[in-house]
Design a binder for this molecule. Structure first.
Ligand code: 9YT
Length: 133
């Protein structure tokens, strides 16, 4: 069994600050744990409004706290996000996320992230990013 603490992981190289200043993510469970998925606690900063397109991954996002909205860009549908909402990108959906207040999200990725991924120009994660220690 593996046991980790968010407070400790936040102070390690598992904590990633997005270069665009929109979010940070503490990656609690990664590819080298051999679980077939990765699990992160992500904070989206208040006022952030940005696009993503996880072409190489499936992602589920559960809102723990905060308020905002997610839009699927191919059809323009907007979904409010509040604590208890999960959105599931089962179609590699191009999407826009807007945080009205700071949002804390639990995120699961399949395939699992290596650890150091940040968004590329398309808002995707490359499959060959460096791993955490
Ligand atoms: C909700 C979302 O996709 N935010 C971007 C960060 C990502 N979830 C991550 O790497 O944890």
């Amino acid at each position: 069994m593996i046991v980790r603490k968010l407070a400790e992981a936040r102070n390690s190289d598992r904590h990633i600050e997005s270069p665009d200043g929109n979010w940070n993510s503490t990656r609690l469970l990664l590819k080298n744990d051999n679980m077939g998925f990765s699990f992160h606690i992500t904070t989206i900063h208040a006022g952030a409004d940005f696009q993503m397109h996880y072409q190489n991954h499936l992602e589920a996002v559960y809102c723990i706290s905060g308020k905002g909205e997610v839009e699927t860009l191919d059809d323009g549908k907007v979904y409010p996000i509040e604590p208890g909402t999960v959105y599931i990108l089962d179609q590699h959906d191009r999407h826009r996320l807007h945080a009205e207040s700071e949002m804390v999200m639990a995120c699961v990725f399949n395939p699992p992230l290596n650890g150091k991924e940040v968004h590329n120009a398309e808002g995707a994660y490359e499959l060959e990013a460096p791993a955490c220690e």
